[in-house]
Design a protein around this ligand. Structure first.
Ligand code: F6R
Length: 623
């Protein structure tokens, strides 16, 4: 976790850095700090609490200087206090460091450094870096060498940015297993954990690879590996609109991102569904093309088994992806939690395709699962939102979701685009393997194309109902979400949303499982969301809704407009919210939206910090 930003240029660094920190605040928000360098040295301001507390302190005591580094923290070692906030310094206060990651051997290093006379001021693992660099700088006198030598002693993960008082206008940065990009501006340079902090200033970025260091001054950037060899690298262009990383009139990022879903879906589908080359006369049918992912038809035909690995919301997308792939192909498909993947005995070998789904592309558990799969010879397809992320670089094949920057901690538009991309993958793999009929491919491809407009329609129709329901249920102690098949997968996502931002206990159940135990918890007034979008399963789900209603449960049902048992559903549930008719495989994309809106309004009704829920961070780069 944590976000780091650095700046070298001709503007006042603190202004650029505080803005950058706000854009990275989703990565951690329990304390923040800035170091700015000018001719008179390096000056630091840091504060426990949100970035506003730091901004307030800077108004009273501004920092001046055209070079600087900054940090927003999500505590792992040491409480969120002023002293534990970054930047950290060496004994003499001549070297300042910000760090994202975990120094796993910090206790050994700290003991050794303390014995050598170093004085520590914080309880963090990160502070050892400042002292290690101080030691190495004393020996070499060269900043790049000092950082390189210090990092050579570290076990664990890091993205760091370092300033030296004796070298004004110079910034050294490095990474291993924590993300870091360098923004190439006009006579100015930025480093940041993630692109949103950079895009307002430049779209040209260099993505550092593991074990790389950057030496940045106002004349340019030079990259080196850990052996000291210079590395050449071509910049990437980020196509995000900086506006997308701002709230643009919405009260929270989450609601803005929910409303951005139609546009995000359009981007996710763009260029991937095209009219088929057809003979004269017949209307052009649609077909999916995902050759861009870099996989050959031969490779796709050779797979025998697919594992979808992911965490949290991305795992819930994986659960949907499993059903879609099973329906369109002859493959065995498993959807696994990335954090558990290594503890079983997955039969992953050269005939397996591992599809790793991750918004950030930096989730440590997902990266670890991918590493394990690669060791066993599997091929990896990354489905990720972040260009140049660690996952994208570790994978054999990459499919970007193009959701645009997702800032709210609760994932919404990334999830919907993951569903769309997994739908595309299922259709493409099915076609290449010859297991999907042409008619089915055309029907589903055409339905996929309609989704952005339908999601727009759902948002408009459902938002007032979701707001109203949140008022009615705002004091609920428990919430239950039930559904069968794909509805169960969506129920899992619905319950996670409400838990993480509204802090209400919620549970998703396969509707058929209720009677095997949990039904005992249903009594008068207990809120239950029942998903009934899967036409062939509606009859059975309806029976489960009846079981709940008979015990006084307060049921709100979600169904498609052309639901087979409309009347019975309306008689049994207190409310039925209808969604536009689509093929059942794609119903999750529509059904998720009311659940997101409800969770959002529930958190708001309960007066909570929607975008930054307690104890969580956007990018989970620790296992
Ligand atoms: C929940 C949420 C998390 C993430 C999970 C994986 O709203 O956002 O559950 O889905 O931490 O993150 P990524 O997709 O970045 O790998």
């Amino acid at each position: 976790m944590c976000g780091i930003v650095g700046y070298i240029g001709s503007r006042n660094a603190a202004d650029v850095l505080i803005d950058g920190l706000r854009r990275l605040e989703y990565r951690g928000y329990d304390s923040a700090g800035i170091a700015a360098q000018n001719g008179a040295g390096i000056h630091i301001e840091k504060r426990a609490g949100r970035i506003d507390a730091l901004a307030e302190a800077l108004r009273a005591r501004p920092l001046f200087g055209t070079a600087g580094i900054a940090h927003t923290r999500w505590a792992t070692h040491g409480a969120p206090t002023d002293a534990n906030a970054h930047p950290h310094t060496d004994c003499a206060g001549r070297i300042s460091v910000v760090h994202n990651g975990i120094v796993e051997n910090f206790q050994e290093l700290k003991r050794e450094l303390a014995q050598a006379g170093h004085r520590f001021r914080s309880e963090t693992d990160s502070e050892v870096l400042a002292h290690l660099i101080e030691e190495a700088w004393g020996r070499t006198g060269d900043p790049l060498e000092a950082v390189r030598a210090a990092l050579g002693r570290v076990r664990g993960s890091y993205a760091v940015a370092v300033l030296f008082e004796a070298h004004p206008g110079l910034l050294i940065a490095a990474r291993r297993e924590s993300p870091l990009v360098v923004g190439l501006g006009d006579g100015e340079y930025l480093v940041a954990s993630d692109a949103p902090a950079v895009v307002p200033h430049t779209r040209e970025i260099l993505v550092l690879d593991d074990g790389e260091l950057a030496r940045i001054d106002r004349t340019g950037v030079r990259l080196f590996d850990m052996r000291g060899n210079e590395v050449e690298k071509r910049p990437l262009r980020v196509d995000w609109d900086p506006e997308e990383a701002e709230k643009g009139g919405f009260e929270h990022f989450m609601i803005k991102e929910i409303h951005e879903q139609p546009a995000a879906l359009r981007r996710a589908l763009a260029g991937r569904i095209a009219p088929e080359e057809n003979g004269a006369g017949s209307p052009a049918a649609l077909r999916v093309d995902l050759a861009e992912a870099g996989w050959s038809a031969e490779a796709i035909r050779a797979f025998r088994k697919v594992y979808l690995v992911a965490c949290g919301t991305a795992h819930h997308a994986g659960l949907v992806g499993k059903r879609l792939l099973e329906a369109a192909t002859d493959l065995d498909v498993a959807a696994e939690l990335a954090s558990e993947f290594r503890y079983g005995e997955p039969r992953v070998g050269p005939a397996a395709l591992v599809i790793a789904v991750s918004q950030s592309g930096e989730t440590a558990d997902t990266l670890a699962a991918v590493k394990e799969a690669k060791l066993r010879g599997a091929r990896v397809l990354a489905v990720t939102n972040v260009v140049g992320s660690s996952l994208a670089r570790a994978a054999d094949y990459v499919l970007y979701t193009h959701a645009g920057p997702e800032i709210a901690v609760a994932s919404t538009k990334a999830y919907l685009t993951q569903l769309a991309c997994l739908g595309l993958v299922a259709l493409y793999v099915g076609r290449v393997r010859g297991t999907l009929s042409k008619e089915r491919e055309r029907e589903l491809a055409a339905a996929l194309e309609r989704l952005p407009a339908l999601v727009e329609q759902v948002i408009r129709a459902v938002e007032p109902k979701a707001r109203e329901l949140a008022r009615r249920w705002q004091d609920a102690r428990d919430l239950f979400y039930i559904g069968r098949g794909l509805d169960y997968a969506v129920a899992r996502e619905g319950q996670l949303k409400v838990k993480e931002i509204a802090y209400v206990h919620a549970e998703a159940l396969a509707a058929g499982e209720l009677k095997h135990g949990t039904l005992a918890l249903i009594e008068e007034g207990v809120p239950v969301v029942a998903l009934a979008t899967q036409r062939p399963l509606v009859d059975k789900t309806l029976s489960n809704i009846q079981e709940v209603a008979a015990r006084g449960g307060d049921v709100v049902a979600l169904a498609l407009e052309d639901c087979p048992r409309r009347e019975a559903l309306e008689e049994t549930a207190r409310e039925v919210w209808y969604l536009p008719a689509v093929p059942a495989e794609l119903a999750p994309v529509l059904a998720a939206v009311p659940l997101q809106l409800f969770a959002y309004h529930m958190a708001k009704a309960r007066g909570l910090d929607v975008d930054k829920p307690r104890n969580l961070a956007k990018s989970v780069t620790v296992e």
